[in-house]
Design a protein around this ligand. Sequence first.
Ligand code: CP
Length: 328
Amino acid sequence: MTTTVGHEPQTMAWTRKDLLGLRELSAEDIRLILQTAESFREISLRPIKKVPALRGKTVVNLFFEPSTRTRTSFELAAKRLSADIVNITPQGSSLSKGETVLDTVRNLEALKVDALVIRHAAAGVPHLIAQRATSAVINAGDGAHEHPTQALLDLFTIQEKRGRIEGLRVSIIGDIAHSRVARSNIWGLIKLGAHVTVCGPPTLMPAAIDQLGVRVTHDVSTAIRDADVLMLLRIQHERQEAMLVPSLREYRLRYGIDQDRLTHAKPDVLIMHPGPVNRGVELDSRVADGPFSVILDQVTNGLAVRMAALYLVCGTRKEEDLHGDTPH
Ligand code: CP
């Protein structure tokens, strides 16, 4: 299938039912999503923020973990493409009465939905559902495994701010061991030609991480020096069985990014964070809200990227659908 997305005809093709992780995507797949997102970006700047591209399609947000950015931006993305969207949480559904996840999905499919956006605390749940479901599945974060649309919006933001990804030096600092954002970014950044450094305490660094093609350091000064992008991560308390750093104060002293540390960074360094930020731990407020921070640009770009993800997996691809101004 060849798409003609946006202002320039694309020769690349989206052939996948699902979007589960960046590990299995090719560099060409990633570029197609980023280019599709680019063509959707301006829709959110229009007075009427809606096109009929997914009119008649039904999307279900199935979130088993809390979320602000991902859930909301998938909901807005579906609405801006004129899809119908339903939000389901365990507390408000028959999951709370003991129904299994797969039975829930079977029942949703009986209602003829087109796409399922799934976040779950256990790695692999979206993959399991994707194997059983005929509808498209988008992974909105599975345990410490992958968070593909977060990494795609991060790539989109770097591309937007720097004009390229290839050859850039990106340092990911924080709780690498429990971070699905780190894993998806490592896959994506390396596929697009960036040099990736990961930095954090030894207790928060997964074994054999260097086999993914990254440089590993436990010294934050090394990670900051020469980096074009500093991507900060919070400590994922919810995924740790024991406290793996002596204290948050100790962590902040060794790894937190404040104004003093930033003086050793490149003068045009980008400060990124997937959110939610633990202010005063991994990131000082003056840095989070400072001139180098693109944290809210990441959130804005997440909408265009999630529109692209829904559009591609739902399989609608007519040029006039993208650029029609009239909601139907
Ligand atoms: N970055 C991210 O996934 O944020 P939410 O948990 O708020 O969706």
